[in-house]
Design a protein around this ligand. Sequence first.
Ligand code: SAM
Length: 333
Amino acid sequence: MKPLTEVHEIAQIAYGFIGSKALFASLNNGLFECLADQSKSLSEISAETNHPENLIETLAIACVSLGLLEFDGSTYKNAPATRRYLLRSSKAFFGDYYRFQIDRQVYPNLAGLDRALGGDEVAGLYTGGFSDLSRAVDFTRGQHAGSLGPAFVLARSVDLSGVETLLDVGGGSGAFCIMLCKRFPQLKATIADFPNVLEVARYFVEESDLADRIDFISAKDGFNGWPEQADAVLMSYLCSAIGRSATKDFVSHSFDTLSPNGRLFIHDFMVDDDHQGPSMAACWSLAMTMGNPDSTVIRPAMIEALLEEIGFTDIRIKPLIAGITSLVEACRP
Ligand SMILES: C[S@@+](CC[C@H](N)C(=O)[O-])C[C@H]1O[C@@H](n2cnc3c(N)ncnc32)[C@H](O)[C@@H]1O
């Protein structure tokens, strides 16, 4: 990242959160959906979304300025990326990730960041093991929308053709198990997560017709219930959330659970060893400090050292989602 020299560059960071909220409000208020089929005038948008003209116009102009909408002087229409990623009818839609997880949970949670950075126990995303059902449902429904894309990419980046059993620790909605089972027809998977999260996972697994190949373990009892052996273990977006000491416990326990030549996969936000970024991975790592004073920013050298200490070999690390996540693969000899 080039060091900033101009005050307007600082302003972009300082006020960026207003743009985030414009995006979430447009999703919540149906602005993009209202323009799904055709461009519309302000009065048509106002009538359809049931919002006063002066207010919806302010939101629409903010969206034009951010590149989410286009305006031709009399009508508004969705920008190409809005059509592709933010309309429910699109196969690539992931607006629910922003609505249910980022807007409702991550965004308000960040209000406690100053205190969290001082090491205070501030309620984080996973505090209380998702004992509140509606929080668990919102989070997991949002995560499903956000994880299907990365899961699709991961399923094409790994070869699980010889693997019969996979344990997905902190498997959430099952997005990764679903994509991997679709790609590798011999594979059977188990999702370990908190009970209220598993309720949502069951729904998505059944919807995908994979109930006979994916089962569930309640994580509320720690490692109790883990299978005696698995050919592969996956942890996606888990280590960044649970912190250093829990990561060590989970990785050690995975080592003991893996069959000889079994493989561990860790998919997470990862910052380069030179500490330069990427910025989205670095900012996500910062967000994960909420609720977990033991959290840390993950770097390849750090994860490699941990895996070697536990006994893993053949450690390979490569970017998965450019600028955000990396995938670690390691073998239990
Ligand atoms: C960001 S979500 C990722 C879900 C899924 N792995 C994915 O990539 O879509 C993290 C998940 O880890 C689960 N989790 C957090 N702490 C856990 C723990 N101690 N044991 C099991 N699951 C945990 C959360 O409930 C949540 O579903």
